[in-house]
Design a protein around this ligand. Structure first.
Ligand code: IMP
Ligand code: MG
Length: 199
């Protein structure tokens, strides 16, 4: 396992190992299996970031279930959220009367998940819950509780296990955090702020 990765000249160190993530995914799935016994939930993955978490989680799910995906706009190359979330791919399933479980990679500002909840609630689901692998609790402004949280993390920029840096490194098996400032790799400029990096 890599202890450090360099992406576009920025240095990242190991934060959550593949093993740690896999253990937690199993725990989350066990909890979900208990809570949804006798129900047939629809797991809705938010693309692109959640695709790896989603596929690991769903294979630990033992209750009958359906899956669907929705794609929301990213923040482009901006370092801070534009405050605008756009729908790039809508759902294909019928939400009305169904138990909906949204799967997110990370809740950061909370804007995406808030947008998602409003969208789903318009269709009157039987229930609405969220599972996120990561929660940046100190910065997330969410008007409702997040039901299942893998790890609460500081508001730092992280990559791997589905999370990208300028669309790259989603394929890393572990999660890495940005090393702030100081070290410059091959003459490139380091970003120092916690949220550095495009979404
Ligand atoms: P929001 O700020 O809660 O709306 O988060 C929106 C999306 O930004 C998340 O679903 C992620 O795909 C992405 N994002 C947020 N924080 C990070 C990060 O640290 N690394 C990579 N992507 C992130
Ligand atoms: Mg995402």
């Amino acid at each position: 396992m890599l202890n450090e990765v360099v992406v576009n000249g920025d240095r990242f160190t190991l934060f959550l190992s593949e093993f740690t993530i896999q253990q937690r995914v199993k725990e989350l799935a066990a909890q979900i299996n208990r809570d949804y016994e006798g129900k047939i939930p629809i797991f809705i993955g938010i693309l692109n970031g959640s695709f790896i978490f989603f596929s690991d989680l769903i294979r630990e799910i033992t209750v009958d279930c359906e899956v669907d995906f929705l794609k929301l706009s990213s923040y482009g190359d901006a370092k801070i959220s534009s405050g605008q979330v756009k729908l790039l791919k809508d759902l294909n399933c019928q939400v009305t009367g169904r138990d909906i479980l949204v799967v997110e990679d990370v809740v950061d500002s909370g804007l995406s998940i808030d947008f998602m909840k409003k969208l789903v609630m318009k269709e009157n689901p039987a229930s609405f819950r969220v599972v996120t692998l990561l929660l940046k609790k100190s910065v997330a402004k969410v008007s409702f509780p997040i039901d299942y949280v893998g790890f609460e993390i500081p508001p730092e920029f992280v990559i791997g296990y589905g999370l990208d840096y300028a669309q790259k490194v989603r394929n890393l098996r572990s999660i890495y955090r940005l090393v702030p400032q100081a070290t410059t790799v091959e003459g490139s400029t380091q970003r120092g702020e916690a949220h550095a990096g495009p979404r």
